[in-house]
Design a protein around this ligand. Structure first.
Ligand code: NDP
Ligand code: MG
Length: 406
């Protein structure tokens, strides 16, 4: 274990979410190593203020501008010595601050792209959980990082596992790493064994209840449809410069093996840990060192056997849609992500059924056509067009299906 010195200043984007809370839990254990510089939330001002009492950041950001006054009032009432900013553009300002060493990207969805981009432009070390921006613009972000001597460290558990199994250090990776295959493990989510004819009527609360991980709503639904694994295939493709046909999904319901890398010389390396996001977050925060963390160690004696199976593409059409989008090009990938975000929102709002998610994505993707983006700005445009298409598809779909759904 290397010698660790210097306290690092950390921006926790999305501190009120599941990734944010896991990050703060690691920081709790390493307060001699890390100091919170900024905390951000979209709407949860009560939790943001509670976190401010504990972590004493220099800045609080509330991205919903309508909540600025309410947050300021609370900050004053609590006599907190902190600067308050609001609006999505404040995230860019905060991650670019000279004093910031590390940015933890724990916002959900495409809205997180701009702040990751700004942090990389300012040569920061960015720990990325927020996978949607990597899916939308992974190739551009890896290039921006390279150009600005910034570092992207994956904390999505599978990508962190792959990162740990690679012989090269942090991204960007060359295409010649001697990799035969990346084996991306998937829990299979809550409906791995649910009879197919019951999937149509599963409720939002059943879909959100992941058997192994406690996560935000959007990623929980993505896990239930396995779109999450599809997005992760794309994330791995960009992050590790891995051709699509070298990335294979393996269902592993126990969520102990977080992914594997199979090399051309016959070796397969795996990273194993209990399903606890503090493991990948702690690894990346301390990288390239290893720090002692208070997490439950793995007991292989208790586990005894590890189970693996091939994914069922018929049960999980979203996984096929993700591979298909990659074969169509970058615009299709941005489109897939945007359409999925709109459609998952509709499911969470109980406007459509669970099985409608993949039907709708496939139908909107079928009509979606946009030129491949050549810059981050163009990614934003394609994203906006795709969201529009999805909203239109959704309104037509509701119209056609309304009698049956309601
Ligand atoms: P949560 O829904 O739990 O948290 C999302 C966070 O983002 C909250 O702090 C939320 O603030 C904030 N937020 C929501 N909308 C906006 C917005 N429009 N602008 C700015 N901030 C916003 O999500 P998770 O923590 O589960 O996931 C975060 C990201 O990490 C996702 O991309 C997910 O795919 C990825 N990830 C998550 C894992 C997990 O274990 N949770 C594992 C691997 C990847 P507020 O609370 O105020 O709404
Ligand atoms: Mg993951």
């Amino acid at each position: 274990m290397g010698v660790i010195s210097d306290k690092k200043f950390v921006c926790v984007l999305g501190s009120t979410g599941s990734i944010g809370l896991s990050t703060l839990s690691v920081i709790d254990q390493q307060s001699d190593r890390f100091q919170v510089f900024a905390l951000t939330a979209h709407s949860n001002i009560d939790l943001l203020v509670a976190q401010c009492h504990i972590y004493h950041p220099k800045y609080l950001v509330i991205t919903d501008p309508d909540l600025y006054q309410a947050l300021l009032t609370k900050v004053k009432a609590n006599c907190l010595d902190v600067a308050v900013l609001s609006g999505p553009e404040s995230l860019n300002e905060i991650v670019s601050h000279d004093d910031v060493d590390i940015v933890v990207a724990g916002i959900v969805g495409a809205v997180g792209l701009d702040s990751i981009y700004h942090a990389l432009c300012q040569s920061k070390t960015v720990l990325v959980a927020n996978k949607e921006p990597l899916v939308m613009a992974g190739n551009f972000l890896v290039d921006v990082a390279k150009k600005n001597h910034a570092t992207i460290l994956p904390i999505d558990s599978e990508h962190n596992a792959i990162f740990q199994c690679l012989s090269q250090s942090a991204p960007p990776y060359s295409s010649d790493q001697g990799i035969l295959k990346i084996l991306l493990t998937a829990s299979g989510g809550p409906f791995l064994n649910t009879p197919m004819n019951e999937l149509r009527n599963v409720s939002v609360s059943q879909a959100i209840k992941h058997p192994k991980w406690n996560m935000g709503k959007k990623i929980s639904i993505d896990s239930a449809t396995m779109m999450n694994k599809g997005l992760e295939v794309i994330e791995a493709h960009y992050l590790f410069a891995a051709p699509v046909d070298t990335i294979e999904v393996v269902v592993h319901p126990q969520s102990i093996v977080h992914s594997m890398v199979q090399y051309v010389d016959g070796s397969t390396l795996a990273q194993l840990a209990n399903p606890d996001m503090r493991v990948p977050i702690g690894h990346a925060l301390n990288y390239p060192h290893r720090a002692r963390l208070n997490v439950k160690p793995l007991s292989l004696g208790d586990i005894s056997t590890l189970q693996f199976q091939a994914p069922d593409f018929e049960r999980f059409p979203c996984l096929s849609l993700a591979y298909e989008s990659l074969s169509k090009g970058r615009a299709a990938v941005v489109g897939l992500n945007a359409i999925n975000e709109v459609v998952v929102d509709a499911f969470l709002e109980k406007k459509i059924r669970f099985s409608d998610i993949s039907i709708l994505i496939e139908s909107v993707m079928g009509d979606f056509n946009a030129p491949n983006p050549n810059s981050i700005e163009e990614v934003f445009s394609v994203n906006a067009v795709a969201r529009e298409s999805a909203l239109e598809g959704l309104s037509k779909f509701k119209y056609v299906e309304s009698k049956e759904v309601r």
